[in-house]
Design a protein around this ligand. Structure first.
Ligand code: APR
Length: 228
């Protein structure tokens, strides 16, 4: 039985990583267009690198919470896949073995000359002058606004094979990622764990209106009772 989790910023909120749209369109005091677009990196690469250094420091300090752990534990009983919009590595550190990052990974860098050259970042910072093995400047391995989402077709194929789809902590406002929900096969139960009002136009779902740290362990128990 395949369970696909589709997670957003809310799954990491209780680990101390702030969500995006709960903060007035500002991302820790920065306007998104100043730091998370290719134009911003072209205009002021040092500012953009500094912004992601701050995000990386926060991620390095954070630890997985009960929601990440409950998702990882389900691998003992089900074929679990995680598709996450998050750039942190908290699912991996909780023990999830199959995690697909739609929007990139904060602990990795990629060459500005060759997008397939991806390297781990050792330590908290990535600086101007840090180069890929071929000699080009490295950039954060992040999908910026206005860029393609290369993992989207892979994620869509996973959702198309789901027996159960679970959305955790996403406002489902950012496309194309949010559209993944519509790839669930007909009749596939869709569960949503989010304390906020989230609408999923055209989709029927069961809303567990709770924080991820409480709602996901409860949902995991429900899945074991129902399908285990
Ligand atoms: N548990 C579960 N959900 C929570 C919690 C919590 N403790 N706290 C907040 N939430 C919910 C909010 O109710 C909201 O629905 O998390 C959601 C966060 O929504 P967004 O901030 O919009 O985050 P997300 O949907 O992941 O954003 C998608 O937007 O900025 C881009 O690329 C970035 O991947 C990101 C994308």
């Amino acid at each position: 039985m395949r369970i696909v989790f589709f997670t957003g910023a809310g799954v990491s909120a209780e680990s101390g990583i702030r969500t995006f749209r709960d903060s007035d369109g500002l991302w820790e005091q920065y306007r998104i267009e100043d730091v998370a677009t290719p134009q911003a990196f072209a205009r002021d690469p040092a500012l953009v690198l500094h912004f992601y250094d701050l995000r990386r420091e926060q991620v390095l300090k954070a630890v997985p919470n009960a929601a990440h752990r409950a998702i990882a534990d389900l691998e003992r009983d089900f074929d679990v896949h995680v598709v996450t919009q998050n750039i942190d590595d908290l699912h991996e550190r909780a023990g999830s073995g199959r995690v697909l990052h739609l929007h990139g990974e904060i602990r990795k860098a990629r060459s500005t000359a060759n997008p397939s050259l991806v390297v781990p970042i050792n330590g908290p910072s990535l600086k101007l002058g840090d180069r890929c093995p071929k000699g080009s400047q490295l950039r954060p391995h992040i999908v910026w606004f206005g860029e393609e989402v290369p993992m989207l077709p892979v994620a869509a194929a996973l959702v198309e094979q789901a027996d159960v789809l679970v959305v955790v902590g996403s406002s489902l406002q950012v496309y194309p990622a949010a559209g993944l929900v519509h790839h669930a096969p007909p009749g596939c139960p869709v569960h949503l764990v989010d304390p906020g009002e989230v609408s999923l136009p055209g989709a029927r779902f069961t809303h567990w209106k709770e924080k991820a740290g409480e709602g996901v362990p409860k949902l995991a128990a429900f899945l074991r009772e129902t399908y285990g």
